[in-house]
Design a protein around this ligand. Structure first.
Ligand SMILES: Nc1ncnc2c1ncn2[C@@H]1O[C@H](COP(=O)(O)OP(=O)(O)OP(=O)(O)O)[C@@H](O)[C@H]1O
Ligand SMILES: [Mg+2]
Length: 412
């Protein structure tokens, strides 16, 4: 099977083309599909026609091998293949109900919501759940976690794994973390992900956040279309990888308030329409006191519904679990207080009061007050006021204007 995916297994692809492709980071037949003809032509310098031919051959090859769906397929056949689509449990009844069993492979699930609503907690939880056995609702697969905000926490993975009786070390080993420092790097990680996905049997790719770096780098209306174009490329790449490698993909997206919306929720995903149009499932997380609400916003086959969930040591949890935990800890605290209060009260009071009061009060007061007041007041006032006013005003105006011009012309 592995041999089948080699580039030179395609008819007409000789050693020269193979080298050209692998020099550009395209290592197997799957990568050809993921990158698509336009990208292939751009990165290898080959003619667009040639690139199209090679990608079509790759597609045919994968269809024959049963790895990709045929171009024309009856609905009943499609129904059968969809029955085999993998699902990853969320570890909760409430969110599994919303997702109808769990998040799907070969699809992108976008989770959006304001800060602190649980997007990263959800991504952490799913990174553990995907590793569970198939009987327990997992896919026994690894994770590629693209962390763009530096919020991935292995400690949380350990906690979540422990609550689920899984070996934390093994769970950590199966998560490959890629810290993306800028949007170009974020795209590059995905473009080169093929080998890692195969090596680690990756069944879940997380992009947390998918949008943040693009938003930070392309500010203002003038750059909006470039931002959307680049983001579009990233998100489509993610979808193609999910479809080609049969993995689930999660993209998180923060929302901001948009005052121009008068009806409904005044929050909108900052990724705008690009993410929304590409992702197969869109979930909106919303804070509601200590609880959270998850709403299925856009899905080809789920009803638009809402469920309540909570956040806890085990990541995303059922609300009843959170209540049970609260009651348990409340009980523990009261029994602890009862146990500790009685024996400690009497013996500690008498011996500690008298000896500590007298020796500390007198010696500290006198020596510190006088010496510090006089020397510091006079010298600092005069020299600093006058010289700073005149020289700084004039020269900075010109310099600032020059810089402004440089920066904007660079961008153009
Ligand atoms: N160990 C834990 N136990 C219980 N709750 C926790 C734990 N760790 C984090 N949380 C909860 O998770 C919340 C943060 O959620 P999360 O980091 O997923 O937000 P987010 O949606 O990713 O936000 P942002 O948009 O800022 O990235 C915290 O406010 C806290 O309530
Ligand atoms: Mg987050």
């Amino acid at each position: 099977m592995v041999e089948d995916l080699r580039l030179d297994s395609l008819e007409g692809v000789g050693p020269v083309t193979t080298r050209k492709l692998s020099d550009a980071g395209v290592h197997n037949v799957m990568d050809l599909i993921v990158r698509g003809p336009v990208d292939i032509a751009e990165i290898t310098g080959m003619e667009k026609d040639t690139a199209e031919k090679i990608v079509n051959k790759a597609r045919k090859h994968l269809v024959e091998g049963g790895l990709l769906a045929k171009d024309f397929i009856s609905a009943s056949e499609l129904y059968k293949t969809r029955q085999n689509i993998g699902k990853i449990t969320t570890g909760t009844n409430c969110l599994d109900t919303l997702f109808d069993g769990g998040i799907e492979t070969r699809a992108l699930t976008e989770v959006y919501g304001e800060f602190g609503c649980g997007k990263t907690q959800f991504a952490h939880t799913m990174s553990v759940m995907v590793q569970k056995s198939k009987e327990e609702g997992g896919l026994e697969g690894g994770v590629l976690y693209i962390d763009t905000e530096g919020t991935f926490r292995p400690e949380r993975i350990v906690q979540i794994a422990q609550v689920h009786d899984m070996d934390p070390e093994k769970v950590l080993d199966n998560i490959i973390v890629a810290r993306a420092y800028n949007s170009a790097h974020q795209v590059l990680i995905l473009e080169e992900a093929g080998a890692i996905i195969e090596k680690h049997n990756v069944k879940l790719i997380v992009a947390d956040s998918a949008v943040g770096l693009f938003r930070a780098e392309y500010l203002g209306r003038g750059t909006l279309s470039v931002r959307q174009q680049k983001l579009n490329h990233f998100v489509h790449l993610l979808v193609r990888i999910a479809e080609t490698y049969d993995c689930a993909a999660i993209a998180t997206n923060q929302v901001m308030a948009s005052p121009d919306v008068f009806f409904g929720d005044p929050t909108r995903p900052i990724g705008g329409n690009v993410v929304a149009h590409t992702s197969t499932y869109r979930i909106y997380f919303k804070k509601s006191g200590k609880k959270r609400i998850a709403r299925m916003v856009d899905s080809p086959h789920h009803p638009e519904q809402e469920v309540i969930f909570a956040l806890g040591e085990a990541g995303v949890i059922d609300p009843e679990e959170a209540e049970k935990k609260l009651k348990k800890t409340a009980k523990k605290v009261t029994t602890k207080i009862k146990a500790t209060v009685e024996p400690t009260v009497e013996p500690t009071v008498e011996p500690t009061v008298e000896p500590t009061v007298e020796p500390t009060v007198e010696p500290t007061v006198e020596p510190t007050v006088e010496p510090t007041v006089e020397p510091t007041v006079e010298p600092t006032v005069e020299p600093t006021v006058e010289p700073t006013v005149e020289p700084t005003v004039e020269p900075t105006v010109d310099i600032v204007e020059d810089h402004g011009a440089d920066i904007t012309s660079d961008n153009l």
